[in-house]
Write a protein that binds this ligand. Structure first.
Ligand SMILES: NC(=O)c1ccc[n+]([C@@H]2O[C@H](COP(=O)([O-])OP(=O)(O)OC[C@H]3O[C@@H](n4cnc5c(N)ncnc54)[C@H](OP(=O)(O)O)[C@@H]3O)[C@@H](O)[C@H]2O)c1
Length: 237
C-alpha cells in the first residue's frame, strides 16, 4: 500500500454530496486535499469542523476551462506537488428521450466529459512526476448500462466519460499513474433526492468514499480499473 501522508489529492465538486465525503475521507487518511468548487463560500462552509492546514479551497467551474488550469497551477504553487486528481463534479438532467434538449445535452457533455478531460490533461505532467499518480473518475452505473427509459442523456454523457477513463488509463500506465472509475448506483445525495427512491436503501457517500480511499492506496502493481457499486440487484453483465 502507498502511504498518503503528504501526498496531494485534488477533488472537484468537493462542497457537497460524494465530493464532500471524498474530501473528508482522503484528508483523514493523510492526504493534503486541494478542493475545487464553483462557490468558494459554500466550499469553506462545508469543510468547517474538520479542515486544517492540509486543506486548500479553489474556485473551479467545469464550464470555464481556465478555472481548471488556475486550480491545478495554484495547487502546485501552494503544495509543491500533485499526486492525485478526483473528477467528481457532475450534473444529471433526467429528461426523457423526447424531452431532451440540445442545450441540456451540451451542458452534460461539457461538465461530465470535457471538464474531466481538461483537468486530466493539465494535471498529467504533475501526476507523472509523482511516480505513483492516481486519477479517480466518479462515473456512474449509468456509464455501464442504460436503465430502461431513465435519463438517456445522462447515460450518454457517463458512457462517454467511461470511454475517456479507459483511454486515460491506457495512455498513462507507463508514467506510473493508476486510474480508477467508480460506478455507483443510487447514492444518497442532492442529485437523487427527487428520484422517489427511498434514501434508506441508497449507498451512503461515506461508504463509497472509504472504498475509493482504499483503492487509491493500492500499489502500482495492483490497479483497480472499475468499481461497480450497487444498492439493488442490478443486472450488470
Ligand atoms: N448520487 C448518485 O446516485 C450518483 C450515482 C452515480 C454517479 N454520481 C456522480 O457522482 C458525482 C457527484 O454527484 P453527487 O451525487 O454528489 O451530486 P450533487 O450532490 O448534486 O453534487 C454535484 C457536485 O458537482 C458540482 N458541479 C456541478 N456542476 C459543476 C460545474 N459546472 N463545475 C464544477 N462543479 C460542478 C456541484 O457544485 P454546486 O454545489 O456548485 O452545484 C456539486 O459539488 C457526479 O459526477 C454524479 O454524476 C452520482
Amino acid at each position: 500500500m502507498i502511504d498518503p501522508t503528504g501526498r496531494v489529492m485534488m477533488i472537484s465538486g468537493a462542497n457537497r454530496g460524494i465530493g464532500a465525503a471524498l474530501a473528508q475521507q482522503f484528508h483523514s487518511d493523510g492526504w493534503i486535499v486541494s478542493l475545487g468548487a464553483r462557490n468558494i463560500g459554500d466550499l469553506r462552509s462545508s469543510i468547517q469542523g474538520w479542515a486544517d492546514q492540509d486543506v486548500s479551497c479553489h474556485e473551479y467551474d467545469a464550464l470555464d476551462p481556465a478555472s481548471g488550469d488556475a486550480w491545478v497551477n495554484a495547487t502546485m504553487d501552494l503544495h509543491g506537488r500533485v499526486d492525485g486528481l478526483t473528477n467528481n463534479a457532475g450534473i444529471g438532467h433526467m429528461e426523457s428521450l423526447a424531452d431532451l434538449s440540445e442545450d441540456v445535452l451540451d451542458e452534460m457533455w461539457a461538465v461530465n466529459v470535457k471538464g474531466p478531460l481538461h483537468l486530466i490533461r493539465q494535471a498529467l505532467p504533475l501526476l507523472a512526476a509523482s511516480g505513483e499518480g492516481r486519477i479517480v473518475n466518479v462515473v456512474s452505473l449509468s456509464g455501464k448500462r442504460v436503465k430502461g427509459t431513465f435519463a438517456p442523456g445522462y447515460a450518454m454523457s457517463k458512457h462517454a466519460f467511461l470511454a475517456l477513463h479507459h483511454a486515460v488509463r491506457h495512455a498513462t500506465f507507463d508514467d506510473g499513474i493508476r486510474v480508477t472509475a467508480i460506478c455507483p448506483g443510487y447514492v444518497e445525495t442532492d442529485m437523487t433526492s427527487s428520484f422517489g427512491v427511498d434514501p434508506a436503501i441508497m449507498i451512503q457517500p461515506e461508504d463509497l468514499a472509504e472504498t475509493v480511499a482504499t483503492v487509491v492506496r493500492l500499489p502500482n502493481t495492483a490497479t483497480v480499473a472499475e468499481v461497480l457499486m450497487t444498492c439493488e440487484p442490478e443486472v450488470l453483465g
